[in-house]
Write a protein that binds this ligand. Structure first.
Ligand SMILES: [Zn+2]
Length: 266
């Protein structure tokens, strides 16, 4: 089942491409023990952080924008079935934005049977800094999922802020990767921030400074988390995050004076 919310005139539909689990001690390499002691309630019985593999479909200003494309067929996720459930065909999607180029966000791009672009009418927006960085590292998932799009002429490399529609503007949120990018939604005075892997666990809300294993640059990532916490407060924004418990839609709340917590919607 998919969850839909509206932010002004923009509709956000949460989709999931399955879930997984990673040990807290792996995810927070400097603070694993403290994570298990202080945030046991946010972990599963084996002290794992449970990860959703979420994608978001934004319907805004007559455009259909897919944010991220999941793990792909090899992991048995259900992104395509969920799209069908929402009544949206892959060829109705106008733009696909990748928050970043890790393989759990690009997996469904290419139809493995035909080698063609799955979202056949879409322009694919890729953060230029990630494209340059992961191409230079010869990333296997970039070779599989992104390089063919370049060959089809369907790639558009983005930098800094870009207005995608009147209600949707990209925002740089670096740290998880060099070019990690989100979308700021503004419509009818309401706000949302679709911000990928800026926070991969609810623990990172309470502990934005803790180094996260998958982050490219721990200090930049921590600084981005603090900026986003402040911005969401200022705007009263709904937040969409790829790996928080499905549907990954919520708000940044505060309890016990100043501890930041995830307040889920849907
Ligand atoms: Zn991810």
């Amino acid at each position: 089942m998919t969850t839909r919310i509206t932010v002004g005139d923009v509709e956000i539909i949460a989709l999931s491409d399955g879930d997984g689990a990673r040990p807290a001690s792996w995810m927070f390499p400097d603070d694993g023990e403290r994570a298990v002691e202080a945030y046991r309630d946010l972990l599963d019985a084996d002290a794992n952080v449970v990860l959703n593999f979420g994608c978001f479909l934004l319907r805004a200003d007559g455009k259909m924008v897919l944010v991220d494309a999941g793990n792909g067929p090899e992991r048995g996720g259900s992104l395509l079935e969920q799209l069908v459930e929402t009544g949206v065909r892959p060829d109705e999607i106008d733009l696909v934005l990748f928050t970043h180029l890790h393989g759990d966000h690009t997996g469904w791009n290419i139809d493995r049977a035909t080698g063609e672009a799955r979202f056949s009418r879409a322009t694919y927006l890729v953060p230029r800094l990630d494209f340059d960085y992961y191409t230079s590292l010869e990333s296997a998932s970039v070779a599989r999922d992104i390089a063919p799009l370049a060959a089809f002429g369907a790639l558009d490399l983005i930098e800094a802020e870009r207005a995608l529609t009147p209600s949707l503007t990209t925002l740089a949120a670096p740290g998880h990767t060099p070019g990690h990018t989100g979308i700021a939604v503004t419509s009818q005075g309401r706000h949302a921030l679709v911000i990928g892997d800026a926070f991969v666990s609810r623990i990172s809300l309470a502990e934005p400074s803790w180094r996260v294993t998958a982050d490219w640059d721990a200090e930049v990532a921590a600084s981005t988390r603090r900026t986003l916490l402040e911005r969401a407060d200022r705007e009263g924004a709904v937040v969409a995050l790829s790996h928080l418990p499905a549907p990954g839609l919520g708000r940044f709340g505060t309890i016990e004076g100043d501890r930041r917590v995830w307040v889920p919607l849907g």
